[in-house]
Design a protein around this ligand. Sequence first.
Ligand SMILES: Nc1ncnc2c1ncn2[C@@H]1O[C@H](COP(=O)(O)OP(=O)(O)OP(=O)(O)O)[C@@H](O)[C@H]1O
Ligand SMILES: [Mg+2]
Length: 280
Amino acid sequence: MSVMIEAENVRFTYPGAASPALDGVSVAIERGAFTVVLGHNGSGKSTFAKMCNAVLLPDEGSVSVEGMDTRNEELLLAIRQRVGMVFQNPDNQIVANVVEEDVAFAPENLGVPPDEIRRRVDASLHAVGMDEFVTHAPHLLSGGQKQRIAIAGVLAMRPDCIVLDEATAMLDPMGRREVLSTVRRLNREQGITVLLITHHMNEAEDADRVLVMDDGRIVMDGTPKEVFSRVEQLRDTGLTVPETVELLDRLCQDGMPMPLDALSVDECADAIANALARKG
Ligand SMILES: Nc1ncnc2c1ncn2[C@@H]1O[C@H](COP(=O)(O)OP(=O)(O)OP(=O)(O)O)[C@@H](O)[C@H]1O
Ligand SMILES: [Mg+2]
């Protein structure tokens, strides 16, 4: 598998800050992967996200996007086109009064010809399930719909990778589900690499890989099952453990040996049923 984004020993301190926001981050994000980044407030997630499309540059170390060094100014446009960002606040990301104009904004700035823009706008809105809203006013949409429009705007640049920085944080549960299923579909059906930063553990359940950040470092890296079964370490980094794992951990402590890697309610129920069958 080829590498989409590679960070090598990245260190970065904001001007005037006492301690580094990134303190030796090395990681390779594989093309086509769905990676979730977790970490408590201030652990460096957004700073890392901004490194991924050259909004911030490392003080030391390097970041490359499809082999392009983010410090090379001549590659800046190409890098920003390859890696699209979606942020937390849906209202801050809307730039036009009509959905189709909003989605067309980035390709227009890139100088894409009008008929190609039309194709891209239609395809992008279709990909996020918002075809019927082409001529709607974005400010009248729900939060989840606005975020899907923001994603369509990124898709219209034809990116290889989308970085979502807490893009579901301001949404209600339904909006969150809409956005997540859209992103998963883009990953599975179009092979778009996804880096999803979130506080919601359950959004990590079916990721290919989970990275946990703490104090500007990546302190855990593995499949969701590997990461979530390390209950003590998760607690040490100030993260809550998924409720299913919490329950199994409690049962273990009460003398009922349990695997700690059941992330869904179904898996959790199976694990308990199996343990009871073994006992009986
Ligand atoms: N513009 C800035 N100027 C100075 N320090 C900053 C700036 N932005 C972030 N920091 C600091 O850098 C560190 C990492 O912040 P960052 O925003 O990357 O964390 P985060 O994991 O995204 O947090 P959150 O979960 O709150 O979004 C924190 O100590 C934060 O206070
Ligand atoms: Mg952040």
